[in-house]
Design a protein around this ligand. Structure first.
Ligand code: DC
Length: 223
């Protein structure tokens, strides 16, 4: 028996930090599905594919392999973890992740990863679409201002000089496109536990999830 933990929510809610901490606490693998959509975007940008030409897109996706190795995101065997965090890739990932062919390929890959072993995945549609039958679903969110503050802090840590209002506007724009797209939009699953992280540290959120997963697993042990 293995466990699949789904963590969904908008950008900047703390999902990836919480999911990473949780995977360490539980000793299971972490799959950053946002990094997979970013890697696909980087690949399509680099290959100069017209994403509205479905034949060209399909052929390109067939040549693309995405994997994780020691916490690094690998695209066709190359570590592209840093390259997928640029504003250009971020914006293009939001656009290309709305395409059916891109989603089909990555969702199939995510399901394969979760079929083999216990995993925690974070994303937008894990509890609603990728693993709708898992018992362990969480929806992390925070106000747009708090999320923009966190994004701006991350950018400063990387040596960038972000403008808070621009970061906030980009967050609002991306939320809107992620929530209103036709295919698998960002929405809280009816049976997901809502966790608001405005005043909660990532460590506390991870501890909360780890204890509820632990209780549930213990309750299911048959003697
Ligand atoms: O979480 P992130 O910012 O790294 O995600 C990058 C983009 O990918 C974002 O615009 C939403 C999209 N995404 C998605 O459509 N489905 C997922 N499961 C994860 C991310």
């Amino acid at each position: 028996m293995h466990t699949v933990i789904a963590i969904d929510g908008p950008s900047g809610a703390g999902k990836s930090t919480v999911a990473k901490l949780l995977s360490e606490k539980l000793g299971i693998e972490y799959i950053d599905t946002g990094a997979m959509y970013r890697a696909a975007a980087l690949y399509l940008l680099g290959a100069g594919i017209d994403i509205h030409d479905s034949e060209a897109l399909n052929a390109a996706l067939g040549e693309m392999s995405i994997d994780f190795s020691d916490g690094r995101t690998m695209l066709n065997g190359e570590d592209i973890s840093a390259l997928i965090r640029t504003p250009e890739v971020t914006a293009f990932a939001s656009e290309s992740s709305a395409l059916a062919l891109v989603r089909e390929k990555l969702v199939a890959l995510q399901r394969r990863m979760g079929a083999e072993k216990s995993v925690v995945l974070d994303g937008r549609d894990i509890g609603t679409n990728v693993f709708p039958h898992t018992k362990f679903k969480y929806f992390l969110t925070a106000s747009p201002e708090v999320r923009a503050r966190r994004r701006a802090d991350e950018m400063e840590e990387r040596g960038e000089d972000p403008d808070f209002d621009e970061v906030l506007a980009a967050i609002n724009k991306r939320d809107l496109s992620d929530m209103t797209r036709e295919l698998n939009p960002l929405v809280q699953a009816a049976d997901a536990v809502l966790i608001v992280t405005d005043d909660m540290s990532a460590e506390d959120a991870a501890t909360l999830i780890a204890s509820s997963v632990g209780d549930e697993l213990a309750a299911n042990v048959k003697y």
